[in-house]
Ligand binder design. Sequence first.
Ligand code: PLP
Length: 459
Amino acid sequence: MASTSDRNRVKFLLDEREIPTKWYNIIADLKTPPAPVLHPGTGNPIGPQDLAPLFPMELIKQEVSGQRWIEIPDEVRDILRLWRPSPLYRARRLEKALGTPAHIYYKYEGVSPAGSHKPNTAVAQAYYNKKEGVTRLATETGAGQWGSALAMACNLFGLQCKVYMVKVSYQQKPYRRVMMETWGAQVVASPSPDTQSGKKILEKDPDSPGSLGIAISEAVEDAATREDTKYALGSVLNHVLMHQTIIGQEAKKQLAKADDEADIVIGCAGGGSNFAGLAFPFAADKLTKKKKLRIIAVEPTACPSLTRGKYVYDFGDTLGLTPLVKMHTLGHGFIPAPLHAGGLRYHGMAPLVCKLFDEGVIEAKAVPQVATFEAALQFARTESIIPAPESAHAIRVVIDEALRCKRDGKRQTIVFNLSGHGHFDLAAYEAFLGGRLQDYEYPAEKIEEALRGVPQVKG
Ligand SMILES: Cc1ncc(COP(=O)(O)O)c(C=O)c1O
């Protein structure tokens, strides 16, 4: 029989030796292969050589691999030890406040030095670049979480790092910039005058708040025009999602320790990486063992790529420099409202997440900003951790599902990814507490206009 302390347990922990040794590649378990990636100029499927100016060959191989498990190098695992395995918490105080029979668990990725899940892939990407002789990486950042993660990883491997930070975040979060600079990175507000892409946008709109799509154009151009530099992306791509699957692998072991099994798995989705990181190892059981399980991706109503976007080929960036991928998109020219969840302001979504959505393996929900912060506050006032605004999107749906369980008298187990803390997002909390936060309606006209710019490609 469980002792009182076991019955009240809130943290389910693993030993350092239990850090996963392999990444899980969901491509191996899909019913049909993913749609090919197309060359932006010719519209033909691209080969590894087309991606070589941007990425090291080992990551390109991972991007197209069909192998189910890929070994994590010891050098990468040795760095992951700094904060992994991350804890799985049972949200007992939130459950009690809601009066729900549901069991709520959260995997807390905010324990990493940068404060989110992003270092899980940043470390791996910096490692492979270093191994292939690259000396400098260029990237974009929305919320500042990815830029911080890459700055940290580059510092550990002795690489230079240039970060194009979406202007609205650069202004909202000065300390994120200082964090990146502390780890030795160079940070500029995007759109910037440092690239042709940035200059083009600034000519049209000197006050552009920027967007992830624009910042990606700048970082890609930087990498493509310098011999010493490659590009690193913090989400969307297959290999990035795969690096995050250590989250779900750990969570499954931890749930087993709690003697529980997930009925509902939830994650917020910007480009799709933290969602995939938690969800794909669970989705594997749905795909291969026909396990009954709901998996929900949550996005903002102001940037609803999965729930309102078209499933077509589009560019990953605003200026159209990247290859074309098949994804749910709001149009690469769409610039989302300056939401406080900077990491969810992306016009597209990871092709693998889109494929699972299209095949009905996962669901998607969109939630508005104010209701999201109400959920964040309820979480902070029960569990005490102040969540990143991105993660709070997941919390909104967790609370809604837990209340549904209460209405229906159902004892379901809900697991979500608390992808980061909100310590650098207190300006957003200040706005919310001061009653100054607003909802942004679904920008139908702007999205229609942006969708007209999507290239006409069959598929
Ligand atoms: C804390 C946090 N969660 C989630 C996201 C969304 O990104 P992704 O969908 O790749 O997990 C971000 C992006 O910056 C983030 O900082």
